[in-house]
Design a protein around this ligand. Sequence first.
Ligand code: ATR
Length: 275
Amino acid sequence: MSSIYGVVGFPLEHSLSPVMHNAAIKHLGLEAEYKTFEIDPAEPEALANFCYESDLNQIAGFSVTMPYKQQIMDYMDHYDPLAKIVGSVNTVVNEDSMLIGHNTDAAGAMQALQEKTKVPGLRALVLGAGGAARAIAYSLNEFGADVFVFNRTFEKAEELAAEFKLEPIEHRQIAPMKFHIIVNATPVGSGALNESLLSADQIQSNSVVMDIVTQPLETKLLQTAKEKGAQIITGERMLLHQAVGQFELWFDQKAPMDVMEQALYKALESRGESR
Ligand code: ATR
Protein backbone atom coordinates (compact mmCIF):
# COMPACT_ATOMS: atom_id res chain seq x y z
CA MET A 1 0.00 0.00 0.00
CA SER A 2 1.17 3.50 -0.83
CA SER A 3 2.51 5.62 2.07
CA ILE A 4 1.14 9.09 2.40
CA TYR A 5 3.24 12.21 2.91
CA GLY A 6 2.30 15.86 2.56
CA VAL A 7 2.62 19.43 3.68
CA VAL A 8 0.71 21.04 6.54
CA GLY A 9 0.19 24.79 6.42
CA PHE A 10 -2.07 27.62 5.34
CA PRO A 11 -2.50 28.76 2.63
CA LEU A 12 -0.99 26.06 0.43
CA GLU A 13 -2.20 26.87 -3.06
CA HIS A 14 1.26 28.13 -4.09
CA SER A 15 3.26 25.46 -2.26
CA LEU A 16 6.13 24.10 -4.36
CA SER A 17 6.76 21.13 -2.06
CA PRO A 18 4.39 18.66 -3.81
CA VAL A 19 6.06 19.04 -7.22
CA MET A 20 9.53 18.45 -5.78
CA HIS A 21 8.66 15.47 -3.58
CA ASN A 22 6.33 13.79 -6.08
CA ALA A 23 8.97 14.09 -8.82
CA ALA A 24 11.52 12.39 -6.55
CA ILE A 25 9.02 9.67 -5.50
CA LYS A 26 8.19 8.96 -9.13
CA HIS A 27 11.83 8.93 -10.22
CA LEU A 28 12.75 6.35 -7.56
CA GLY A 29 9.59 4.30 -8.15
CA LEU A 30 8.57 4.53 -4.47
CA GLU A 31 5.12 3.44 -3.29
CA ALA A 32 4.26 6.86 -1.89
CA GLU A 33 2.30 9.99 -2.57
CA TYR A 34 2.82 13.57 -1.33
CA LYS A 35 -0.31 15.70 -0.79
CA THR A 36 -1.33 19.06 0.66
CA PHE A 37 -3.08 19.25 4.04
CA GLU A 38 -4.39 22.76 4.34
CA ILE A 39 -5.29 23.51 7.96
CA ASP A 40 -7.33 26.62 8.59
CA PRO A 41 -5.87 28.68 11.45
CA ALA A 42 -9.45 29.72 12.30
CA GLU A 43 -10.11 26.15 13.53
CA PRO A 44 -8.19 25.90 16.81
CA GLU A 45 -8.34 22.09 17.16
CA ALA A 46 -7.50 21.27 13.55
CA LEU A 47 -3.72 21.04 13.89
CA ALA A 48 -3.91 18.87 17.03
CA ASN A 49 -6.46 16.59 15.39
CA PHE A 50 -4.33 16.24 12.30
CA CYS A 51 -1.40 15.08 14.41
CA TYR A 52 -3.45 12.75 16.63
CA GLU A 53 -5.08 11.18 13.57
CA SER A 54 -1.97 10.84 11.46
CA ASP A 55 -1.76 7.08 12.11
CA LEU A 56 -5.40 6.60 11.28
CA ASN A 57 -4.82 8.32 7.96
CA GLN A 58 -1.59 6.39 7.32
CA ILE A 59 0.53 9.51 7.15
CA ALA A 60 4.18 8.47 7.23
CA GLY A 61 5.60 11.96 7.41
CA PHE A 62 4.91 15.56 6.61
CA SER A 63 6.40 18.97 5.97
CA VAL A 64 5.29 21.88 8.12
CA THR A 65 5.12 25.39 6.77
CA MET A 66 3.72 28.76 7.79
CA PRO A 67 2.11 29.45 10.17
CA TYR A 68 2.65 26.18 12.08
CA LYS A 69 6.42 25.64 12.41
CA GLN A 70 6.44 26.61 16.08
CA GLN A 71 2.93 25.51 17.07
CA ILE A 72 3.43 21.96 15.75
CA MET A 73 6.09 21.37 18.40
CA ASP A 74 3.35 20.91 21.04
CA TYR A 75 2.20 17.73 19.30
CA MET A 76 5.56 16.01 18.80
CA ASP A 77 6.60 12.97 20.84
CA HIS A 78 10.29 13.86 20.30
CA TYR A 79 12.41 16.44 18.51
CA ASP A 80 15.89 16.26 17.10
CA PRO A 81 18.26 18.49 19.12
CA LEU A 82 18.51 21.10 16.36
CA ALA A 83 14.71 21.56 16.16
CA LYS A 84 14.67 22.03 19.91
CA ILE A 85 17.46 24.61 19.90
CA VAL A 86 16.04 26.51 16.95
CA GLY A 87 12.48 26.24 18.30
CA SER A 88 10.92 25.33 14.99
CA VAL A 89 9.94 22.11 13.17
CA ASN A 90 9.56 21.93 9.40
CA THR A 91 9.67 18.12 9.02
CA VAL A 92 7.81 15.38 10.90
CA VAL A 93 8.58 11.68 10.68
CA ASN A 94 5.96 9.20 11.92
CA GLU A 95 8.14 6.48 13.45
CA ASP A 96 5.94 3.63 14.71
CA SER A 97 3.25 6.10 15.81
CA MET A 98 5.74 8.46 17.42
CA LEU A 99 5.88 11.88 15.78
CA ILE A 100 9.48 13.08 15.57
CA GLY A 101 10.09 16.75 14.75
CA HIS A 102 13.11 17.82 12.71
CA ASN A 103 14.39 21.08 11.25
CA THR A 104 15.92 20.99 7.76
CA ASP A 105 15.56 24.76 7.23
CA ALA A 106 18.80 25.51 9.02
CA ALA A 107 20.92 23.13 6.93
CA GLY A 108 18.97 24.12 3.78
CA ALA A 109 19.80 27.79 4.29
CA MET A 110 23.48 27.02 4.82
CA GLN A 111 23.65 24.83 1.72
CA ALA A 112 22.02 27.58 -0.34
CA LEU A 113 24.50 30.13 0.99
CA GLN A 114 27.50 27.90 0.47
CA GLU A 115 26.68 27.64 -3.22
CA LYS A 116 27.90 31.25 -3.45
CA THR A 117 30.15 31.97 -0.47
CA LYS A 118 32.26 30.55 2.28
CA VAL A 119 30.94 31.37 5.75
CA PRO A 120 33.58 31.04 8.52
CA GLY A 121 34.99 34.31 9.74
CA LEU A 122 32.64 36.49 7.67
CA ARG A 123 30.42 39.22 9.08
CA ALA A 124 26.76 38.28 8.58
CA LEU A 125 23.50 40.15 9.03
CA VAL A 126 20.21 38.34 9.58
CA LEU A 127 17.04 40.36 9.03
CA GLY A 128 14.21 39.14 11.27
CA ALA A 129 13.83 37.38 14.60
CA GLY A 130 11.06 34.84 13.89
CA GLY A 131 11.33 31.08 13.33
CA ALA A 132 13.20 31.28 10.02
CA ALA A 133 15.58 33.92 11.36
CA ARG A 134 16.34 31.81 14.44
CA ALA A 135 17.30 28.79 12.28
CA ILE A 136 19.49 30.87 9.98
CA ALA A 137 21.16 32.98 12.67
CA TYR A 138 21.90 29.88 14.75
CA SER A 139 23.47 27.98 11.83
CA LEU A 140 25.49 30.94 10.57
CA ASN A 141 26.97 31.22 14.04
CA GLU A 142 27.63 27.47 14.19
CA PHE A 143 29.45 27.72 10.85
CA GLY A 144 31.73 30.40 12.29
CA ALA A 145 30.25 33.64 10.94
CA ASP A 146 30.17 36.78 13.06
CA VAL A 147 26.39 37.19 13.28
CA PHE A 148 24.31 40.35 13.82
CA VAL A 149 20.51 40.44 14.04
CA PHE A 150 18.28 43.28 12.87
CA ASN A 151 14.56 43.23 13.56
CA ARG A 152 11.68 45.69 13.28
CA THR A 153 10.93 45.00 16.94
CA PHE A 154 14.37 45.58 18.43
CA GLU A 155 13.63 43.75 21.70
CA LYS A 156 13.10 40.52 19.76
CA ALA A 157 16.48 40.97 18.06
CA GLU A 158 18.00 41.49 21.51
CA GLU A 159 16.35 38.34 22.85
CA LEU A 160 17.45 36.18 19.94
CA ALA A 161 20.97 37.60 20.04
CA ALA A 162 21.26 36.99 23.79
CA GLU A 163 20.06 33.41 23.44
CA PHE A 164 22.61 32.45 20.76
CA LYS A 165 25.37 34.87 21.82
CA LEU A 166 25.03 37.08 18.74
CA GLU A 167 24.82 40.86 18.41
CA PRO A 168 21.59 42.86 17.95
CA ILE A 169 21.96 45.81 15.59
CA GLU A 170 19.92 48.92 14.86
CA HIS A 171 19.10 50.08 11.34
CA ARG A 172 21.40 53.10 11.39
CA GLN A 173 24.36 50.94 12.47
CA ILE A 174 24.12 48.59 9.47
CA ALA A 175 25.87 50.58 6.68
CA PRO A 176 29.21 51.13 8.47
CA MET A 177 29.47 47.42 9.33
CA LYS A 178 29.94 46.48 5.64
CA PHE A 179 28.29 43.08 5.91
CA HIS A 180 29.59 40.33 3.64
CA ILE A 181 26.60 38.01 4.11
CA ILE A 182 23.04 39.35 4.37
CA VAL A 183 19.98 37.13 4.74
CA ASN A 184 16.39 38.34 4.73
CA ALA A 185 14.45 35.94 6.97
CA THR A 186 11.24 38.00 7.07
CA PRO A 187 8.27 38.01 4.66
CA VAL A 188 9.19 41.56 3.60
CA GLY A 189 9.53 41.56 -0.19
CA SER A 190 6.73 39.07 -0.80
CA GLY A 191 3.30 39.82 -2.25
CA ALA A 192 1.79 42.94 -0.78
CA LEU A 193 4.93 43.61 1.32
CA ASN A 194 6.71 44.72 -1.84
CA GLU A 195 9.52 46.62 -0.16
CA SER A 196 13.09 46.14 1.04
CA LEU A 197 14.36 46.34 4.60
CA LEU A 198 17.73 47.62 3.34
CA SER A 199 18.76 50.43 1.04
CA ALA A 200 21.69 50.42 -1.40
CA ASP A 201 24.11 52.06 1.04
CA GLN A 202 23.69 49.12 3.44
CA ILE A 203 24.88 46.57 0.85
CA GLN A 204 28.45 46.22 -0.48
CA SER A 205 29.48 45.23 -4.00
CA ASN A 206 31.19 42.17 -2.48
CA SER A 207 28.18 41.19 -0.35
CA VAL A 208 26.24 37.97 -0.87
CA VAL A 209 22.55 38.64 -0.28
CA MET A 210 20.06 35.82 0.21
CA ASP A 211 16.29 36.10 0.51
CA ILE A 212 14.02 33.36 1.82
CA VAL A 213 11.01 34.87 0.01
CA THR A 214 9.96 32.81 -3.01
CA GLN A 215 7.18 34.97 -4.39
CA PRO A 216 8.59 36.84 -6.23
CA LEU A 217 12.07 35.32 -6.50
CA GLU A 218 13.69 38.63 -7.24
CA THR A 219 12.56 40.73 -4.31
CA LYS A 220 13.19 44.46 -3.95
CA LEU A 221 16.11 43.64 -1.63
CA LEU A 222 17.70 41.37 -4.24
CA GLN A 223 17.12 43.93 -7.01
CA THR A 224 18.87 46.55 -4.90
CA ALA A 225 21.72 44.13 -4.19
CA LYS A 226 22.08 43.28 -7.87
CA GLU A 227 22.22 46.96 -8.82
CA LYS A 228 24.96 47.36 -6.25
CA GLY A 229 26.96 44.56 -7.94
CA ALA A 230 26.44 42.11 -5.06
CA GLN A 231 25.81 38.39 -5.58
CA ILE A 232 22.25 37.27 -4.92
CA ILE A 233 20.67 33.99 -3.84
CA THR A 234 16.95 33.68 -4.53
CA GLY A 235 14.57 31.89 -2.15
CA GLU A 236 14.06 28.70 -4.15
CA ARG A 237 17.64 27.56 -3.39
CA MET A 238 16.88 27.17 0.32
CA LEU A 239 13.50 25.67 -0.53
CA LEU A 240 15.21 23.01 -2.64
CA HIS A 241 17.86 22.13 -0.08
CA GLN A 242 15.43 21.92 2.85
CA ALA A 243 13.21 19.63 0.73
CA VAL A 244 16.18 17.36 -0.06
CA GLY A 245 16.83 17.11 3.68
CA GLN A 246 13.18 16.20 4.30
CA PHE A 247 13.11 13.53 1.62
CA GLU A 248 16.22 11.87 3.06
CA LEU A 249 14.70 11.79 6.55
CA TRP A 250 11.51 10.14 5.30
CA PHE A 251 12.92 7.66 2.81
CA ASP A 252 16.32 6.99 4.37
CA GLN A 253 18.11 7.20 1.04
CA LYS A 254 19.82 9.86 -1.02
CA ALA A 255 17.32 12.22 -2.63
CA PRO A 256 17.53 12.71 -6.39
CA MET A 257 18.32 16.42 -6.07
CA ASP A 258 18.61 17.02 -9.83
CA VAL A 259 15.11 15.65 -10.38
CA MET A 260 13.68 17.77 -7.56
CA GLU A 261 15.50 20.84 -8.89
CA GLN A 262 14.17 20.34 -12.41
CA ALA A 263 10.61 19.90 -11.12
CA LEU A 264 10.98 23.04 -8.98
CA TYR A 265 12.22 25.22 -11.86
CA LYS A 266 9.54 23.86 -14.19
CA ALA A 267 6.86 24.82 -11.66
CA LEU A 268 8.43 28.24 -11.16
CA GLU A 269 8.52 28.80 -14.92
CA SER A 270 4.87 27.96 -15.25
CA ARG A 271 4.28 30.55 -12.55
CA GLY A 272 6.10 33.11 -14.66
CA GLU A 273 9.29 33.09 -12.57
CA SER A 274 12.55 32.32 -14.29
CA ARG A 275 16.09 31.98 -12.99
P1 ATR B 1 8.61 32.93 10.56
O1 ATR B 1 8.38 31.82 11.54
O2 ATR B 1 8.21 32.58 9.16
O3 ATR B 1 9.99 33.49 10.61
P2 ATR B 1 7.44 34.91 12.29
O4 ATR B 1 7.88 34.11 13.45
O5 ATR B 1 6.04 35.43 12.28
O6 ATR B 1 7.58 34.10 10.94
O7 ATR B 1 8.48 36.12 12.11
C1 ATR B 1 8.33 37.06 11.12
C2 ATR B 1 9.53 37.99 11.14
O8 ATR B 1 9.37 38.95 10.09
C3 ATR B 1 9.64 38.82 12.41
O9 ATR B 1 11.02 39.10 12.63
C4 ATR B 1 8.89 40.11 12.06
O10 ATR B 1 9.29 41.25 12.77
P3 ATR B 1 8.61 41.62 14.20
O11 ATR B 1 9.32 40.77 15.21
O12 ATR B 1 8.89 43.08 14.37
O13 ATR B 1 7.15 41.31 14.08
C5 ATR B 1 9.30 40.26 10.62
N1 ATR B 1 8.32 41.05 9.84
C6 ATR B 1 7.11 40.65 9.44
N2 ATR B 1 6.50 41.63 8.74
C7 ATR B 1 7.37 42.68 8.72
C8 ATR B 1 7.33 44.00 8.17
N3 ATR B 1 6.28 44.43 7.48
N4 ATR B 1 8.41 44.80 8.36
C9 ATR B 1 9.49 44.37 9.05
N5 ATR B 1 9.58 43.13 9.59
C10 ATR B 1 8.54 42.30 9.43
